[in-house]
Design a protein around this ligand. Sequence first.
Ligand SMILES: Nc1nc2c(c(=O)[nH]1)N[C@H]1C(S)=C(S)[C@@H](COP(=O)(O)O)O[C@H]1N2
Ligand SMILES: [Mo]
Length: 319
Amino acid sequence: MGLLLLGALASGLLLFAAGTPAPATAARIAHGTTGLGVLVLAPWKTVVVLRAARVHAASLALVGLLAVCLASGVVQVLGGYGRVLGVSPVQVHVGSAVGLVLLGAVHVVRHRPLRLSRRDASRRRLLVSGAFGLAAATTWGVAELVDRRLSRGAATRLATGSHRLDPADVPATTWLFDRVPVLDPRAHRVRVDGTDVDLAALVVRGGPVPARLDCTSGWYADATWTGVPLAALLDPDRRAAARSVVVTSVTGYRRRFPAEEADRLWLATAVEGRPLTPGTGAPVRLVAPGRRGFWWVKWVASVELDDRPAAAQPPFPLQ
Ligand SMILES: Nc1nc2c(c(=O)[nH]1)N[C@H]1C(S)=C(S)[C@@H](COP(=O)(O)O)O[C@H]1N2
Ligand SMILES: [Mo]
């Protein structure tokens, strides 16, 4: 059970980071398989917990969080995208998973994990575990096929698991704690490698950029943005000498990209022919096709070249 939970956690993190179909598919198969394994073992584990001589509050919380986490995962897959009281199933799923990680750490410290004995590693045990894994993977595959045949859900689901939304229905989304600022488009300047660029200059140079915004909260939308590639705004020699390019919002939210990606990143001022709204990043936001939504920095204040590698940042934003 512990190994399955660790597997589900690791594959869930990979699925959250994946922006392109191949890694997303691999992560989704692993997440679906380990998740199903946990789902099957959970009732049995719950009985073990409740039968214990002394039931700790922490154990009950663990069981409860696991139930919420599993249920919200199933709802995300089968139920399509929707929000209840402003939260989506994936947000509940990830929130309860974070809670599980914290409580799980306490649990491991309290009850020193049982040492793996010779018996645990016996051939028979390994065969049984292998067969269980195979059965979980097969069940996941069959469930996926059935869902694809029967429901409208799977047909519009991406490799990352996100459900399709019309660009007009996209909710203004922030990562964790960021707030929507309201900026004056005429006064706004973007500092690009030390030089101020005003909005009119960006609007004039903007071209159409069809791109898919795939948010980790469970939806995606295809839309055509109007934008200028970062590469067109940067000096080629300075860009060639830099290792990363950092895009920072007026709010302080920022993401760092490899410098050579600058021709695949756009500063956008409009979407579907209309200027951006405050919620969607007005007056200017980043469009980063092939990267998950949290890379698409809104309310861009600056674009800076830097010597540090693109990996010199937390894998997910903290703001
Ligand atoms: N400054 C800033 N930019 C941000 C975020 C944020 O919290 N702050 N959230 C990101 C996330 S998680 C997503 S999915 C997209 C959402 O863009 P939208 O609101 O236009 O749909 O913006 C990204 N850009
Ligand atoms: Mo997002």
